[in-house]
Design a binder for this molecule. Structure first.
Ligand code: XMP
Length: 516
């Protein structure tokens, strides 16, 4: 990557990825590295700026992450945030003490000048979250901001280009947080701001062409955001040398398989292979109602079909996949601290092991350096349709986890129709952007109803809509009653075999987003 580089050294804080994203939003390419990355490795990367993240520890715990003094002698500007700020003070001979009163939440600071605060009012609100504070500055430093309970909310040693803030400029609750980061990046480190997505696309296409040469590339396309954008980018780079394999197990939403096929055959130059194998999946799932067993069967069948097609297509060339930067970080391939609260491993379909007999010349991950919002931006610039680029999370086993009990062709059809009606009504009601995910579920329940003069005994449909920041916790969405009324009316009138509708009012925890 030829962009100027900023390094975020990960001390285990919960906002580390957010810091990196904010830096990139400022137009500066940035990578997250472990706090104990050897100094020689850091020097070899030639960063123009380094940011120390926060972390859950106290600098006086022996087991907490520390850093060698050498890093301060490289002449590279450093910004310490929260724990990172305390590490700057502690390592250079200052003192850190326990707060008499911990600061948590929005706190007013008063700044008194310094490079980080250029153009920022004397008083502003920042987000604090700390129980230790810097009680004595190292030699050569001066305080540049304080709060009522924190005498060194920010400090600096401009001669050595070292800066520190006790608060979190990366979170939006810090009023001028982004300005502070920009001041560090542009006025202290002198970045020119060369990280833009159109530059990325040009550079990525050139790199892919060079790497692939005249060889073939195979990509598993799921219809999700990441694999779709990877497909678009590879297509722009090598056209017909790319083969996308799309396994349609018949468990996607209504018309979704056709939409994916149409998008990639009409808008992009590539070989598009769609494998329709609904019957095979239904046969394997016959009589199975245990959720875990269903997931296992769907996963196993999927990879059987997929790898067999790959064997058929041939493995001379490259295998591509839509891995993105957070996947690499979370699977430990992203070279971060894997420390404390950030050490979460995501089971991701990108991370499944390739069978031993399948050997490609190499694996290509064209989006491996991008965050999700950057992937979406690239997708839009490549002309991938809005519905694909902004697609909601959709589980790998598809509607299979939204049909409770045995999966049958009839149930798939009822759920697809119901889900399409629900989504359509939400869109028309203008509340779509308030919801992070919304879908219909088909519980294994039939109830008695009445239609005209007839008694009915038909399916119950549950609808689920959530709001969430990170999908780890979620709240059920307060959809207006009149919207719920229209959804209920339409579902019972328009979808055959539905005679009752319930709304899921369970938050996560104790529920999960999906029902299985
Ligand atoms: P849960 O149900 O665990 O869902 O609260 C959290 C988020 O993850 C999505 N989800 C999946 N995504 N493969 C995926 O790629 C899966 O097997 C899977 N299961 C759940 C779910 O839709 C929600 O957004």
């Amino acid at each position: 990557m030829s962009n100027q580089l900023c390094i975020v050294l990960d001390f285990g804080g919960q906002y580390n990825q957010l810091i990196a994203r904010r830096v990139r939003e400022c137009g500066v390419y940035c990578e997250i590295k472990r706090f104990d990355t050897p100094i020689d490795e850091i020097k070899a990367l030639n960063p123009m700026g380094i940011i120390f993240t926060g972390g859950p520890n106290s600098v006086y715990d022996e087991s907490s992450p520390h850093i060698s003094k050498e890093i301060f002698e490289l002449g590279i500007p450093i910004l310490g945030i929260c724990y990172g700020c305390q590490i700057v003070a502690y390592t250079l001979g200052g003192e850190v003490s326990s707060c008499v009163k911990s600061e948590y939440g929005k706190i007013e600071i008063t700044q008194s000048g310094g490079a980080l605060f250029g153009g920022i009012p004397e008083k502003s609100v920042v987000w604090m979250s700390h129980t230790d504070y810097v009680s004595k500055l190292p030699e050569g430093f001066t305080v540049t901001a304080k709060s009522e309970d924190c005498p060194a909310a920010a400090f600096e040693n401009p001669e050595k280009k070292l800066y520190a803030v006790q608060f979190h400029p990366e979170v939006t609750h810090s009023e001028y947080g982004k300005n502070i980061l920009r001041n560090f990046l542009y006025n202290v480190c002198n970045f020119k701001g060369d990280w833009e997505m159109d530059n990325f696309i040009d550079a990525a296409i050139a790199r892919l062409r060079e790497q692939i040469g005249d060889k073939k590339v195979v990509l598993g396309l799921s219809g999700g955001v990441d694999s779709s954008v990877a497909a678009g980018l590879l297509s722009r780079a090598v056209g017909k040398q790319l083969t996308c394999v799309f396994v349609d197990q018949g468990l996607m939403r209504k018309d979704e398989g056709d939409f994916v096929e149409e998008t990639f055959t009409k808008l992009f130059d590539m070989n598009f292979v769609r494998i329709n194998c609904k019957d095979k999946f239904l046969a394997a799932l016959k009589g199975v109602s245990d959720p875990e067993q269903k997931r296992k069967i769907i996963g196993t069948e999927f990879y059987n079909v997929f790898w067999n097609k790959i064997r058929e297509e041939g493995t001379d060339g490259f295998f591509a996949q839509g891995t993105i930067y957070p996947d690499r970080i979370e699977s430990g391939k992203g070279n971060t601290a894997g420390h404390g609260s950030t050490a979460v491993i995501k089971t991701h379909h990108n991370m499944v092991k390739m069978p031993d007999d399948i050997k490609f010349e190499g694996v290509i991950e064209p989006l491996g350096d991008l965050f999700k919002d950057e992937v979406r931006k690239v997708g839009e610039m490549l002309g991938i349709p809005h519905d694909l680029v902004w697609r909601q999370p959709f589980p790998g086993p598809g509607l299979g986890v939204r049909i409770i009990g045995e999966i049958t062709e009839e149930k798939i059809k009822v759920l697809q129709e119901a889900d399409a009606v629900f989504r359509d009504e939400i869109r028309k009601s203008g509340i779509e952007s308030d919801l992070k995910q919304f879908f219909a579920v088909l519980p294994d329940v039939k109830t008695v109803g009445v239609m005209g003069d007839h008694r009915t005994y038909d399916h119950l449909i549950a609808i689920r809509a959530i709001t969430t920041d990170d999908f780890m916790t979620a709240d059920w969405a307060r959809i207006p009653y009149d919207v719920l009324a229209r959804v209920s009316n339409r579902l019972t009138n328009e979808v055959e075999h539905v005679n009752r509708v319930v709304y899921d009012i369970t938050s996560k925890p104790p529920g999960t987003v999906e029902w299985e």
